[in-house]
Design a protein around this ligand. Sequence first.
Ligand SMILES: [Zn+2]
Length: 317
Amino acid sequence: MNYIVLDLEWNQASDSKTKEENQLIFEIIEIGAVKLNEEKKQIASFHELIKPQVFHRMHQITGELIHLKMEQLENCRTFKEVVKDFLEWCGEDYVFCTWGNLDLLELQRNMDYYEMKPLSDRPLKYYDVQKLFSIAYEDKKSRRTLEYAIDYLEIEKDIAFHRADSDAYYTAKVLERFYHPAIFHNYSFDTYRLPKTRADEVHVVFDDYEKYISRAFPDKLTAMDDKEVVSTRCFICGANTKKKIPWFSMNGKHYYAVVTCEKHGLLKGKIRMRKSIDDNIYVVKTMKQVTEETVQELISRKEQSRENRKDKRKKTK
Ligand SMILES: [Zn+2]
């Protein structure tokens, strides 16, 4: 399997009238990619500018950032032509790798706009190299700029940042440096397309937690009524668990539960309510083993939030 390290640059409306007139928010104007083989050696690259069809003026910030002028794009090929060739260049057996989680979203949005065949009919597995960098070198939660990572790894900065070809090249450089193979267990899912049916839903077990991505629901209540969404089976042995703290929410967006598996002890579930591109609700649930201390912390946060709500009610009366 090859790694396709992808970077896109996009333009946007430069005034509110143009913005209102168009359903596309970001128009892709450049594709850069580097292909790495199984051993993570660079074997090919792809780079092409794209002729704009939606926004014909360069947004000021975009222009300053990527140093591109409209005149440079006018004689280029259209998005459809370039992407068709790009996907052919990708080949059959590959996984996308991007810095952050935006490029695949915008690529699919632009492909939809031109009514192209979808990249995938379900959540798309990929590597977020920005996230992998944090897992490999920092605290798993931080999200750094690409230039920060390049400086951190003392990689030579021989070309300017913020162009699709150079950013793809630098992202590939970061990817090459992950020496621990286990880092590649941490793939992500792009949820531009959600699972259509219950059978298509995503269940993955990572090194120390389980992730579940649901299909779409019309609203939160319907989602919380679904037995798979609220299921708290043990992700290690599959056994049913005993509820210690049933699902509750402090802000209506995140829900927590604590359960006990006879064999594997305390498990914490977290449900995040997310909005799909067509304004439905879907659920990302994680389950992981926790200590008694973490559970106590959660209980006191729950009580604190209940107190806060009581106070608020008193004040508004
Ligand atoms: Zn278990």
